[in-house]
Design a protein around this ligand. Structure first.
Ligand SMILES: [Zn+2]
Length: 278
């Protein structure tokens, strides 16, 4: 699976609004970003084998470190721990950890039986939806569209840069996806590995950063405060008195952070129309 992972990452913004989209993408794609490096190091192996499935011409010979269920659980725990240390958000850490492990379940739908439970002599699993192009397109595009729909209702752009950046990112992912499944097989294993790592990741992260800094949580938008919450108007415009939109921010610690971080909000907003919510 490719674009379906991103769909899940976009949708998880609703569950963990405090986690950036970049971190959510990193979580759902973590093992696929690890995999090219392991290929280049010769630790895991893939062969180009046109026709092995109707959609993806790759024979995954072995990838126990990146794609076994057991190691993915380990990567999930590690990722979750780092999220916890960095963000101190329990919900964020749990969601990020589960997002890493979700990769195995989503790949299970698409792959031939080549996904191991653990490194070594493990039975291999895969439901093989890659044998059907219509089924592959239906599942992946539905997941992606659902993710985009949820994300655009959880956040909103502050200006045109936020809007253009976001839709450029979506278009970029869609084009890369369609060209990868409808285009010719990759010329070499090295091309697969380099494609999957450096340039693509950099481009994606560039677009991500651009759109993320120009978007805010929909629940914290100034012009539409939830009914009954205190908002004062002065000569400088609307002034937020904390707690606007906190209903959707989740657990108590997130609310406290919102209160603290929204205090310098007024001057930030007037100058740059930008807010921060942890
Ligand atoms: Zn994968």
């Amino acid at each position: 699976m490719f674009i379906g992972h991103f769909g899940l990452g976009l949708g998880l913004k609703r569950v963990a609004p405090a986690v950036s989209l970049g971190t959510l993408f990193l979580a759902v794609q973590f093992v696929d970003l690890l995999w090219p490096t392991l290929l280049l190091l010769g630790i895991e192996h893939v062969e180009i084998s046109p026709g092995i499935t109707n959609v993806v011409p790759l024979h995954f010979v072995d990838y126990p470190i990146s794609h076994s269920l057991l190691t993915m659980l380990g990567w999930g725990v590690l990722f979750s721990a780092v999220c916890w240390v960095v963000s101190k958000s329990r919900t964020g850490a749990i969601v990020c950890g589960l997002a890493v492990v979700s990769h195995w379940l989503l790949d299970l739908l698409m792959h031939r039986p080549d996904l191991p439970l653990y490194p070594g002599e493990s039975p291999l699993f895969g439901l093989g939806l890659w044998n059907s192009l219509p089924a592959t397109l239906a599942i992946e595009t539905t997941m992606f569209a659902a993710g985009v729909w949820i994300y655009t209702r959880t956040t909103r752009s502050l200006d045109r840069t936020g809007s253009i950046g976001f839709w450029s990112l979506i278009a970029f992912l869609a084009v890369v996806y369609l060209s990868s499944i409808l285009g010719p097989p990759p010329p070499s294993v090295d091309a697969v590995a380099w494609d999957g790592s450096g340039a693509m990741a950099a481009h994606r992260l560039g677009l991500l950063g651009r759109q993320a800094s120009h978007r805010e949580l929909a629940s914290a938008h100034l012009s539409q405060p939830p009914h009954g919450l205190p908002v004062a108007c002065g000569p400088g415009g609307a002034q937020l008195r904390i707690k606007v939109g906190v209903r959707q921010l989740g657990p108590a610690h997130a609310i406290r952070q919102a209160e603290i971080n929204l205090l310098p909000f007024h001057s930030e907003f007037i100058g740059r129309r930008r807010i921060w919510i942890e």
